[in-house]
Design a protein around this ligand. Structure first.
Ligand code: MD3
Ligand code: FE
Length: 226
């Protein structure tokens, strides 16, 4: 468990074996943790808030600088949002599709991101950007690094909803070997510190249907971008 990361042993450590058998937190890197089902207690507030965000800034398929259309559809909320077009990748205050500012970060999103970051060893996280990705079966995200943020001292927090995905977690070089991590509805992952610039991606989604979200996976990625 992550109550006292990096501190001296306590009586709590006498129960370390219990903690190791506790299936809900999985360490996948020196400063990266999967918090299984962490979003589930808030899900009934998260889905309507997401609906509101998408009414203001609907999903769209963006074009990469290389001229490819992304198989993942995306939107954003927060004071800035991540975009790509033929000229590059960047954060903007205005949604280029609507001409209006991105929707504000819903309180329940902020609460979820802050609580997860604290649980993963990053108390005080205050994200200003939430990228919302939508995958349908077949959609994927190629191996990449997240390097458009102003600094890397804060973690990335991601929330997976809907059908499962296989996440690829590599190293600091594109050619480093990757580990596979299955992510399910309600899982939250915190990536920080030395893991923040590791290559990562998502394998093409398999066909599946989720009772609440149907044939799709929605992923929120919270960052401190500015
Ligand atoms: C590990 N999205 O939007 S979230 C992305 O599932 C992105 O939609 C994936 O990668 C998705 O950029 C993965 C998880 C993620 C995000 C940033 C990371 C993992 C990361 C940065 C460093 C290491
Ligand atoms: Fe990424």
């Amino acid at each position: 468990m992550l109550r006292r990361m990096g501190s001296e042993p306590t009586t709590l450590d006498m129960f370390a074996e219990d903690a190791a058998q506790e299936p809900r937190t999985e360490k996948i890197g020196p400063r990266s943790f999967v918090l299984r089902g962490f979003a589930l207690p808030l899900i009934e507030q998260v889905l309507p808030a997401l609906q509101q965000v998408l009414e203001q800034s609907p999903f769209r398929h963006m074009t990469t600088p290389g001229g490819f259309t992304m198989s993942v559809a995306l939107s954003n909320c927060g004071s800035v949002g991540w975009v790509t077009d033929r000229t590059g990748y960047r954060y903007t205050r205005i949604d280029p599709e609507t001409g209006a500012p991105w929707p504000t970060l819903p309180d329940v999103f902020l609460k979820l991101a802050k609580n997860a970051a604290a649980e993963g060893g990053f108390p005080g996280f205050m994200p200003d950007a939430c990228l919302v990705n939508r995958y349908v079966p077949g959609a994927k995200m190629s191996l990449h690094q997240d390097k458009n943020e102003y600094g890397y001292e804060w973690p990335v927090v991601s929330v997976s909803l809907g059908i499962p995905a296989t996440f690829l977690f590599g190293g600091l070089e594109r050619s480093d070997k990757t580990q596979r991590v299955s992510l399910f509805h309600g899982d939250v992952v915190v990536w920080g510190g030395e893991d923040r610039l590791r290559y990562h991606g998502v394998l093409p989604l398999k066909h599946a249907e989720h009772p609440l979200l149907g044939e799709q996976r929605i992923n929120f990625t919270f960052r401190k971008a500015q």
